[in-house]
Design a protein around this ligand. Structure first.
Ligand code: MRU
Length: 363
């Protein structure tokens, strides 16, 4: 996708320099700074501090982390130790475990001397596959938006389709295109008039700072709303479809995504607004069935709730304190499958059910 008019991926390898480059997402939307990750420690820091975030991107960057780690120590013991450290950085996004386990399966049978080169090749494959899968999700989801545009023509004079999304599931959260935003980009490229309601997504504001930023960069009409506005907009016919991403989907179709997603699904259900979840297959956890009972929910620092940063009138980015009270910060919630109209995957769309997923993925 484009950043200041130039095509970029959100993680870019530079084999000649021996590093991968990431866009520091903690500085957006105010500053675009590319950081070089050259070691495992750099990678752990980038994931833990959310310089990179979003389930598929975390997976892709973790795969590069394995490759960078092996340049320092390619022994069996180091491979297992470093993989475990990477997996521990963010517990909810299953793409992280998926990518690290895939690297391990490729690397374990190899002699240590062959591992670093093989790891770099496999990390590059994971990144390519993620970009291709997100492009396919875009096509599968754009059909839904095109269908709504046809029906919207008879319902509304402007013919516009209003999509509501939560958090950031765009190209910044993946290697390219995004998951929830990919259908929007594909629909806009096909000439459909799309407008996006962007939930600000407290406490870290990935909607206001990342989704709004990338939609603006791609020239997509959008409006940022407070997290609590979605239900009201739905009651007044201003949302045609909700599309969100996910950090983990169980084999029965329960969906873990950024905190607040469940409330949007409840409001969508009450207002008969279709609620779709866009995911690559790397986000499906076939080992889990009941999402509410089984998906681990990341607890982050209360400071993310008690403090907020923004730009002051002089252009300085500053952090201010909102409250002196203690705060809790569960970072994700689980939307039960019964509230999900369907899943949009690289293989097409399916009901959020065990049978639907099994049919699509041949399980
Ligand atoms: O805490 P984050 O910013 O990593 O959370 C991101 C989300 O919840 C996204 O919606 C999810 O990872 C899907 S990304 C395509």
């Amino acid at each position: 996708m484009k950043l200041n008019g130039i095509a970029h991926r959100s993680v870019e390898a530079d084999p000649a320099a021996g590093c991968v480059r990431i866009l520091d997402q903690t500085l957006l939307p105010w500053r675009t700074l590319w950081l070089e990750l050259a070691t495992l420690e750099d990678t752990l820091h980038a994931i833990a501090t959310m310089q990179v975030r979003g389930a598929p991107l975390i997976g892709a960057v973790a795969a590069w982390g394995v490759a960078l780690a092996l340049r320092a120590d390619a022994s069996d013991a180091a491979l297992e130790r470093d993989a475990a450290r990477l997996v521990a950085t963010r517990p909810t996004a299953v793409n992280l475990r998926w990518a690290v386990e895939r690297m391990g399966r490729v690397l374990r049978p190899l002699p240590p001397a062959a591992r670093a080169a093989a790891a770099a090749a496999e990390a590059a494959r994971i990144a390519e596959e993620d970009a291709a899968q997100c492009a396919a999700i875009g096509q599968a989801g754009a059909e839904l938006i095109a269908d709504l545009a046809r029906r919207s023509g008879s319902r509304r004079s402007d013919g516009r389709v209003n999509v509501l999304t939560h958090c950031n599931a765009g190209w910044l959260a993946t290697v390219d295109w995004g998951t929830a935003l990919a259908p929007i980009y594909a629909a806009a490229a096909a000439g459909i008039d799309v407008h996006v309601w962007v939930d600000e997504t407290r406490p870290r504001n990935q909607g206001a700072s990342l989704t709004a930023f990338e939609l603006a960069q791609q020239g997509i009409a959008h409006t940022v709303v407070a997290d609590n506005a979605g239900g009201h907009l739905m009651q007044h016919g201003q949302v045609d479809i909700v599309i969100v991403g996910a950090d983990r989907v169980t084999r029965r179709g329960d969906v873990a995504n950024k905190i607040g997603t469940y409330l949007k699904a409840l409001a969508a259900h009450d207002n008969a607004v279709p609620f779709w979840v866009a995911v690559p297959s790397s986000t499906i956890d076939w080992t889990l069935a009941d999402g509410v009972a089984e998906i681990p929910i990341e607890e982050r620092a209360g400071r993310e709730v008690t403090h907020i940063s923004g730009r002051d009138a002089g252009g300085e980015v500053r952090e201010v304190q909102l409250t002196a009270s203690p705060a809790a910060n569960p970072a994700f919630d689980v939307t039960p499958a019964r509230l999900v109209r369907g899943l949009i995957t690289e293989r097409g769309r399916c009901p959020a059910t065990e049978a639907g997923l099994a049919a699509l993925f041949g399980r």
